[in-house]
Design a protein around this ligand. Structure first.
Ligand code: ADP
Ligand code: MG
Length: 691
């Protein structure tokens, strides 16, 4: 650990191995981790609330004298105490109590209570509040700061948190020395970190609770800024490390690629050609390049990747094409096999599902160099796979890979001071401010143009009570030799339920749409059979493909012109956009029907309206960021990585320009501060672009 203050929690009073283990469950290992373990919310015991002002649902500190107290024998035995102050009367109800408690709560005594108010049978009450007997009205003890409520785990109570964070705060100065200053070009840059932490762990009375709740309080912004800055610095550092490695310099293809290009049957768009030029320039460098090839669904990224792969092969290097799902990898295999046939090259295939024998054979071909290009899932980077001379790695939709897989990829790629070139293809549009900060280690090529002749997809939003209208649309499309997708998304995060929903939907449609050929596709269907089903759909032997969201990424069937999505309100905008991108790939007018379960909440309404109004992936991504937060957008949620401790890219995106600016200043004027900042905030492997 880089910082002197990164001392173990074991150094705190009262922390032994057992408590340490519990803290570790929350990722808390050091005093610094404790300081960054911020309260979820706050309670206000700094002021007394007159009983007459209490409202159900609020937590409050009150005091009063006991008017009456006694045991009631209702459905459950309870000790009921009625207290009053000058303004009103409050019932305190306890279901668990002992004899001495009962004796203490006697008529005429004074108590102070803190608890949540609710409405009971005889007016407002508190159930099991914290209470304390006091001498009289003047003896009330109020706290001097708000009381923090910490996120916790089994076996650590709030009092313990208070004690632990109190000890950590006492050491704040040495644990987290100040690393920013007024140079940070950021509004709250000169609020010292220790003070910000103090304000958040022990807010003074009168602090603006609303901004705290929203995460926009200066103290929170101060921390978020530093965290984002540290992560940005880590990304830059990764780039520097990569620049220190060597790579095979690969020349532009003069034979293979021109031959394929002339046989494609379409002309590249300017944006595709520009991207190819940028990639070819990268490949020529003696250091490993890393380029993000970004472009909306259907813009034609695959052929750009093919140009790069052919350059590598022609230059005597091997190339890998990796996709996050079997379905998508299989599609790449089919497309690349078809294209590369024209230049006499046959890609080999590696997935987790092939037999051991096949696998050994493929591995042998890869390590001898006999196989020039392999297409597959993350199986292409498992331990037993070694390459003869790997020059290029192409990864499709890398954000869908888990963190562990991405790390494996990185390690596999880098050996003995050299690494292959990398291209990452993504249809997930990332707002520019975000790319600059969090993907700063990658170069960016954007395909911002669709192949000519595409018609924008019309989007219709319908409640699921209008199923018959939808069926009519399907009949009509299929009568024109078109095909339709019907997608049943994940329900309650359960694959099993999604499969069930898709299965029963397929059954229902079979009886509702007699004469149409309906097939079912989901992740539990064996790979070979899945292939067959996709092929039937592609060839027109199936009219309607009912599926779970497995078809979300990349599937390409130009004759499909109708996309029906059930429970669309459950999906994120970017995901809906991906699904919608499955149609509108031919020259036919296409329609996307978003069905929802009424009633719609405000946010859901706005999301579906966005889908209806826009077909621009960037605009949609921006809206998604606003409405949902970046987790979904960037696939972090899928990979399950806790990304930031405090920062939230959706909430804090206004900080990004200052982060970028601040990094430049820091590296120029205070370069020695970069390392400790990274060590303080960035946990290796959990940051976000670790390609
Ligand atoms: P994505 O960027 O979503 O991966 P694909 O590479 O799958 O898109 O391309 C979508 C479809 O468009 C494919 O059928 C592809 O062959 C076709 N395509 C790609 N480039 C062009 C072009 N310049 N003109 C016409 N069709 C193209
Ligand atoms: Mg694609």
């Amino acid at each position: 650990m880089g910082e002197a203050g990164q001392v173990s929690v074991l150094s705190l009073k009262g922390v032994g191995p057992q408590l340490r283990a519990k803290l570790e469950r929350l990722g808390i290992l050091t005093v610094v981790d404790l300081l960054f373990h911020l309260p979820l919310r706050y309670q206000d015991r700094t002021r007394l609330v007159p009983i007459g002002q209490l409202r159900p649902g609020v937590e409050a500190l009150v005091h009063g004298h006991i008017e009456i107290s006694g045991v009631r024998f209702g459905r459950r035995r309870s000790l009921v105490t009625v207290l009053c102050d000058d303004t009103g009367r409050l019932t305190v109800r306890q279901f668990h109590f002992n004899a001495s408690q009962r004796r203490g709560l006697k008529r005429g005594a004074f108590i102070q209570c803190y608890g949540e108010v609710r409405s009971g049978p005889t007016g407002l009450e508190m159930v099991h509040p914290e209470y304390r007997l006091i001498e009289g009205p003047d003896a009330v003890e109020v706290e001097t700061t708000l009381t923090p409520v910490y996120p916790t785990t089994e076996g650590i109570g709030q009092r313990r948190w208070h004690d632990l964070t109190g000890q950590a705060l006492a050491r704040c100065g040495e644990a987290v020395p100040e690393l920013l200053g007024d140079w940070a070009s950021f509004e709250f840059g000169d609020l010292p970190l220790s003070e910000a932490l103090m304000q958040l762990h022990r807010p003074p009375p009168g602090i603006d609770l609303e901004t705290l709740k929203a995460g926009t309080h200066p103290a929170q912004q101060r921390l978020a800024f530093e965290e984002l800055l540290a992560n940005h610095l880590a990304v830059r550092q990764r780039r520097e490390r990569r620049d220190a490695l060597s790579a095979q310099s690969i020349q532009a293809s003069t034979e293979f690629w021109p031959r394929l290009r002339d046989a494609l049957g379409f002309t590249l768009t300017d944006a595709q050609q520009r991207s190819i030029d940028e990639i070819v320039a990268d490949l020529g460098k003696p250091t490993p390049s890393l380029r993000l090839l970004q472009g909306d669904v259907g813009c034609g990224k695959t052929v750009v990747a093919a140009a790069a792969v052919l350059a590598a092969i022609e230059g005597g290097q091997q190339a890998v094409v990796m996709a996050p799902t079997e379905l998508l990898a299989e599609q790449h295999l089919r497309v690349f096999s078809g294209w590369f046939e024209k230049v006499g090259i046959k890609p080999v295939w590696l997935s987790g599902r092939i037999s051991q024998r096949e696998r050994r054979a493929v591995c042998a071909q890869l390590s001898s160099g006999a196989a020039r290009v392999v297409v597959g899932t993350h199986a292409v980077f498992q331990d037993d796979v070694s390459y003869h001379n790997l020059g290029l790695v192409v990864v499709d939709e890398q954000h869908r890979f888990g963190v562990a897989q991405r790390l494996a990829l990185r390690e596999k790629g880098q050996r003995e001071g050299s690494a292959p070139h990398q291209i990452i293809m993504s249809a997930t549009p990332i707002p520019r401010s975000l790319t600059m900060v969090m993907y700063a280690d990658m170069d960016l090529s954007v395909i911002d143009e669709m192949p000519p002749g595409r018609q924008p997809v019309e989007t219709v939003v319908l409640p699921n009570t209008r199923r018959e209208d939808v069926q009519a649309r399907i009949r009509e499309a299929c009568a024109r030799e078109r095909r339709a997708y019907w997608v049943c998304p994940l329900i309650e995060d359960s694959d099993v339920l999604a499969v069930q929903a898709a299965t029963s939907r397929a059954e229902a449609l079979k009886s509702e749409l007699p004469g149409l050929r309906i097939a079912l596709l989901h992740g539990k269907i064996p790979s070979a059979q899945k292939d067959e089903i996709m092929d039937d759909f592609r060839q027109g032997r199936v009219d309607v493909l009912v599926a779970t969201t497995v078809i979300e990424v990349g599937v390409d069937v130009p004759e499909a012109s109708l996309m029906v999505i059930e429970n669309a309100e459950r999906l994120g905008l970017s995901q809906l956009h991906q699904l919608r991108g499955r149609v509108g790939r031919g020259d036919q007018k296409s329609v996307c029907v978003l069905m929802y379960q009424p009633p719609l909440g405000h946010n859901a309404k706005e999301r579906l309206a966005t889908m209806r109004q826009s077909t621009d992936g960037f605009e949609i991504a921006q809206k998604d960021l606003e409405l949902r937060g970046p987790g979904e957008l960037l696939g972090v949620r899928q990979s399950g990585a806790p990304q930031f401790r405090i920062a939230d890219l959706a909430r804090d995106r206004a900080l990004l320009p200052a982060v970028q600016h601040g990094a430049v200043r820091l590296l120029r004027d205070y370069p020695k501060k970069a390392e400790p900042l990274i060590a303080r905030w960035v946990r290796e492997g959990l940051s976000f672009s670790n390609a």
